[in-house]
Design a binder for this molecule. Structure first.
Ligand code: VGL
Ligand code: ZN
Length: 197
């Protein structure tokens, strides 16, 4: 098997002090760096939103961060402004190794969010990652990063649906955990055949 490490969204805005800080988000940087050499390929994802993105509460009159809204593609959590293209917050954590094979940006279309590294939140629009992995002969994936209950969760579930053998190293992930979202994400990942290690 050809085994890739996919490092999800280890960016300043998801680390302490960032716009959408995940508790302990910076604690996983050193373990991720240490893991990288064990894989045939390393892929980093980068949440990469234009200013005024439709997933930002500030783009919706009368809405506050962490409230829900209805988008044409379904329910969507509204977030604080985060990971704006070219900003310090969108940059990788300064200690993260970036000597990766591929950096995949997602969430760049103004009208649609993209938690998964494979499909945008309409679950239809592909990011191109499947084609990249297939053409490199990669069939096994280990996922780490931020946040366990959003981008790691949706990426892992989509990866199993696409036929990859998927492990999430939960100790090398950190969660936002709003309203039981971590427990729900773990249940959904297990149900779809993801191995939680
Ligand atoms: C993420 C919320 C909004 C994530 C990205 O990386 O989990 N969560 N954008
Ligand atoms: Zn985002």
């Amino acid at each position: 098997m050809t085994h890739a490490l996919i490092v999800i969204d280890v960016q300043n805005d998801f680390c302490p002090g960032g716009a959408l800080a995940v508790t302990g988000g910076d604690e996983i940087v050193a373990p991720i760096n240490a893991m990288m050499d064990e894989f045939d390929a390393v892929i980093l994802t980068q949440d990469w939103h234009p200013a005024g993105h439709s997933s930002f509460a500030n783009s919706h009159l009368g809405k506050a961060p962490f409230e829900m809204t209805e988008m044409p593609y379904g329910p969507q959590v509204l977030w604080p402004d985060h990971c704006i293209q070219g900003s310090h917050g969108a940059a990788f954590h300064p200690d993260l190794r970036t000597d990766a094979d591929l950096i995949l940006r997602k969430g760049f279309r103004p009208a649609i969010d993209s938690y998964s590294a494979f499909f945008e939140n309409d679950h239809k629009t592909p990011t191109g990652l499947k084609g990249y992995l297939d053409t490199r002969g990669i069939d096994r994936l280990t996922l780490v990063g931020l946040a366990t209950d959003f981008c790691v969760h949706y990426s892992a579930v989509d990866a199993t649906k696409l036929g990859f053998d998927v492990t999430v190293q939960t100790k090398v992930c950190r969660a936002i955990d709003m309203d039981g979202s971590l427990q729900a994400a773990e249940n959904a990942m297990r149900a779809s055949g993801v191995v939680l290690a």
